[in-house]
Structures are given as structure tokens and as C-alpha cells.
Design a protein around this ligand. Structure first.
Ligand code: TTP
Length: 208
């Protein structure tokens, strides 16, 4: 018993995920973190002169700030960390968000098939008291197989494209449409967990 040390207890700050995305929720869970979900509901409009990295960082920050604003007044919540994220698909400089309807999804998938595009995800981590603010992004290149109109229609009929940037989900049956990727897979799914784990260190959150 002589030189055994009592472990020092560390308090992990409360974590809020500012996202309605089931993918982001699953990925954050996969990092072994306990968190709550508060949906941001911000306007996702941006000025056209922003570059893709600026767009995803700006929107990730907007989502995190909108939620963080709801906790600021409580002294109890000052150490709370809010995480926001945003994902876009970019084909030859054109930004593709989520499709508004099936025709929009058809147009997006027709333009993506047989080509390589970029996926950008932005992540913002904020302490509610404003003392720490980390905003970063990652980019992944994705090469899609050539597809004919029938395949695209059948994919849309699965319902998978409807709530996803670029009208596809690499983590679902959409995986069968992908030739290959260069970069972080989880960035395409919507939350670059490796980047996020680094960003959480200044908040006193060590994933491993
Ligand atoms: C390209 C791609 C995107 N997506 C998803 C991730 C995001 O949920 C979505 C992009 O839309 P976002 O606006 O980034 O996120 P969201 O509206 O789903 O959720 P919130 O704003 O509340 O955080 O597309 C996939 O699930 N798989 C993919 O392969």
C-alpha cells in the first residue's frame, strides 16, 4: 500500500452535439463519448464568394454557435462543449448540398457518375463560456463509378439519397457506387472523427 497512488479524478465536460444527423450521432457514439443532442435549425445559406473550406467551417460554426447561445446564461454550463458540423460535395467548383426532391437527386447523381468529386466536412467545437473555439475542416476525394439512368433511378427509389449531401451515402447501399476514395472515409459520412479527437484535446477531452 506504501507507494500506491490514489487515482486523481478528472471531470469530463458536458458535450452537446448540435446535429440532427443520425450519422454524426453514431460516429460520436463510436468515439466512446457521452453526449446530448440539441438540433440547431440554422439557415444554411452562404454568400457565393466563399470557398468550400470556408463554407463548411462557417456552417459548422453557425450550428455550434446557435446551440451554444442557449446555454450561455447558466453558470452551471460554462465548461460545456458544443460540437457543430457541416458536409458538402463539390464537383468542379459546384457545390452540391442535400437534394430538394428526386429530380434534383437525379441531376446530382447524373453529374457525379463516372467522375471524381471532393467532399468537405467542417467541424466547430466551442466552449459555452467562449474561452475556447476550434474550427477546422477535412477534404476527401471520391471517385464514383459510371452509372446509367436506370441505376440512378433505382438508387433514388431506395430513399437513401434524400437527406444526404450530393444525394448519396457512402455508408449505405451507395457504397456499391463508389470506385475509391482518397482521404478520410468518416469525413464523407459527415464527421471526421480523427480530426475531431484532436480538436477536443484543448477542452480536456482525451478520446484515447
Ligand atoms: C456524402 C455523404 C453525405 N452524408 C450526409 C452527412 C450529413 O448528414 C448530410 C449533409 O448535410 P448537413 O447539412 O451537413 O447535415 P444535416 O442537415 O444532415 O445535419 P445537421 O445540420 O443537423 O448537423 O449528408 C452521408 O451520410 N453520407 C455521404 O456519403
Amino acid at each position: 500500500m506504501d507507494n500506491m497512488q490514489t487515482p486523481t479524478s478528472t471531470t469530463i465536460p458536458r458535450i452537446i452535439l448540435a446535429s440532427s444527423s443520425p450519422r454524426r450521432q453514431e460516429l460520436l457514439k463510436g468515439m466512446g463519448l457521452t453526449f446530448e443532442i440539441v438540433v440547431s435549425d440554422v439557415d444554411e445559406g452562404v454568400t457565393p464568394e466563399l470557398t468550400p473550406p470556408q463554407i463548411v467551417e462557417e456552417l459548422a460554426l453557425r450550428k455550434a454557435e446557435a446551440v451554444s447561445g442557449r446555454f450561455q446564461s447558466s453558470p452551471h454550463d460554462q465548461e460545456t462543449v458544443v460540437i457543430g458540423s457541416d458536409t458538402i460535395v463539390v464537383l468542379e467548383g459546384q457545390v452540391l448540398g442535400k437534394p430538394v426532391d428526386e429530380e434534383d437527386a437525379f441531376r446530382m447523381l447524373s453529374s457525379l457518375q463516372g467522375r471524381t468529386h471532393e467532399v468537405y466536412s467542417g467541424v466547430a467545437c466551442l466552449r459555452v463560456n467562449g474561452s475556447i473555439r476550434e474550427v477546422r475542416h477535412r477534404r476527401t476525394s471520391v471517385q464514383m463509378k459510371p452509372m446509367d439512368a436506370g441505376q440512378i433511378r433505382r438508387y433514388i427509389a431506395t430513399g437513401e439519397p434524400s437527406d444526404k449531401a450530393g444525394s448519396y451515402g457512402i455508408q449505405g447501399i451507395g457504397a456499391t457506387l463508389i470506385e475509391g476514395i482518397e482521404g478520410d472515409y468518416f469525413n464523407v459520412v459527415g464527421l471526421p472523427v480523427s480530426l475531431l479527437s484532436d480538436m477536443l484535446i484543448p477542452f480536456g477531452i482525451m478520446v484515447l
